[in-house]
Design a protein around this ligand. Structure first.
Ligand SMILES: Nc1ncnc2c1ncn2[C@@H]1O[C@H](COP(=O)(O)OP(=O)(O)OP(=O)(O)O)[C@@H](O)[C@H]1O
Ligand SMILES: [Mg+2]
Length: 257
C-alpha cells in the first residue's frame, strides 16, 4: 500500500458572511490521497474547491474534522507544499526570472543553480525571450506561465494547483500540460489539481473527484486508468478517454444549474 500523502476526515468548513451569518462551504468531506497520486477536483463555482486547497496548505483550519499531511495534523503552512493559487500574484518589482528564483532563494539554493533552473523552466513555458521582463510588461497568459514556472521551481512532496492553466490559450495550454506531466512523472510528488476543465482533469489525473454544488460534498470518485506516460494531444480522440469524460460529465452537469 502506498503511503498516505493527505487525508481529510469528516472535514467541515463554516465561514461567516458579511453579516456574521454562517456559510457552510465544505460539508463533511472525507478523502485519502496516496503519495504520488495525481488527483483532480472538479465541481461548480463556489462548491469549496479552493477552500479544500487552503485547508490542505494550512492557510485556514477546518471547523470540524481533521486534515492530515504526511502523517501529521496540519496546523499551518509548511515548506514541503507548492501552492499555486488561482490568479497567483507575481512580485511586480522582480523580473520573470527573479520571480521564478524566489522559492529557491527561500530554500537557500545557490545563485548559479537558481539561475540555471529558472531559465530552464522559463524556456519550458515558452518564455525564453522574456526572462528579464517585469510582470507589467507581460500579458495575463504570460504571467500565468511565470507563476507555473515558479511553482515548478521546487519539487515539493505535494503540489496544490488551483486552475493553473486557465488563462492559457489552447495551444500553449497543451504544451504546458505536457511539460508538466513530463516533469511530474519523474518526481513521485502528489498533485491535487483544481480545474473547471473536465477534459483537463481526465487527461492529466489518476483520479477525478466531482463535488456537488455548495455545500460541497464528494459526489463521484472516479479512477482514470489511462496508461502513462501520457501525451495530452494523443489522447483527445482516444475512445477510453472520451468514455470516462462522458461518464464524469453526466455527474457534473447536474450540479451546474
Ligand atoms: N473568506 C470567506 N468568507 C466567507 N465566505 C467564503 C470565504 N471564502 C469562500 N467563501 C464561500 O465559501 C464557498 C466556497 O468557496 P471556494 O472559493 O472554496 O469555492 P470554489 O469551489 O473554489 O469556487 P470557484 O470555482 O469559483 O473558484 C463559497 O460559497 C464562498 O462564497
Ligand atoms: Mg476556487
Amino acid at each position: 500500500m502506498a503511503e498516505v500523502a493527505v487525508a481529510l476526515s469528516d472535514v467541515t468548513l463554516i465561514f461567516s458572511d458579511a453579516n456574521g451569518d454562517p456559510v457552510l462551504a465544505v460539508d463533511d468531506v472525507s478523502l485519502e490521497v496516496p503519495q504520488g497520486q495525481f488527483l483532480a477536483i472538479v465541481g461548480p463555482s463556489g462548491c469549496g474547491k479552493t477552500t479544500i486547497l487552503n485547508m490542505l496548505s494550512g492557510l485556514i483550519n477546518s471547523t470540524l474534522g481533521t486534515v492530515v499531511k504526511n502523517g501529521e495534523v496540519v496546523t499551518g503552512p509548511s515548506m514541503d507544499v507548492g501552492y499555486m493559487l488561482a490568479r497567483s500574484a507575481l512580485f511586480p518589482w522582480r523580473s520573470a526570472r527573479r520571480n521564478v528564483e524566489m522559492p529557491m532563494e527561500i530554500r537557500g539554493v545557490g545563485k548559479a543553480e537558481r539561475r540555471r533552473r529558472a531559465d530552464e523552466l522559463l524556456d519550458m513555458v515558452k518564455l525564453g525571450d522574456f526572462k528579464t521582463k517585469f510582470p507589467s510588461q507581460l500579458s495575463q497568459g504570460m504571467r500565468q506561465r511565470v507563476a507555473i514556472a515558479r511553482t515548478l521551481a521546487i519539487e515539493p512532496k505535494l503540489w496544490l494547483l488551483d486552475e493553473p492553466f486557465s488563462a492559457l490559450d489552447a495551444q500553449t495550454r497543451i504544451t504546458v500540460q505536457n511539460e508538466f506531466l513530463r516533469l511530474w512523472e519523474n518526481t513521485g510528488s502528489t498533485v491535487i489539481l483544481v480545474t473547471h476543465d473536465l477534459s483537463e482533469a481526465v487527461l492529466l489525473a489518476d483520479r477525478v473527484i466531482v463535488m456537488t454544488a455548495r455545500p460541497g460534498k464528494i459526489k463521484l470518485d472516479q479512477v482514470i486508468d489511462i496508461p502513462r506516460p501520457r501525451r495530452v494531444d494523443d489522447l483527445l480522440d482516444n475512445e477510453h478517454f472520451m468514455q470516462l469524460e462522458a461518464r464524469i460529465w453526466k455527474e457534473l452537469r447536474d450540479e451546474l444549474v
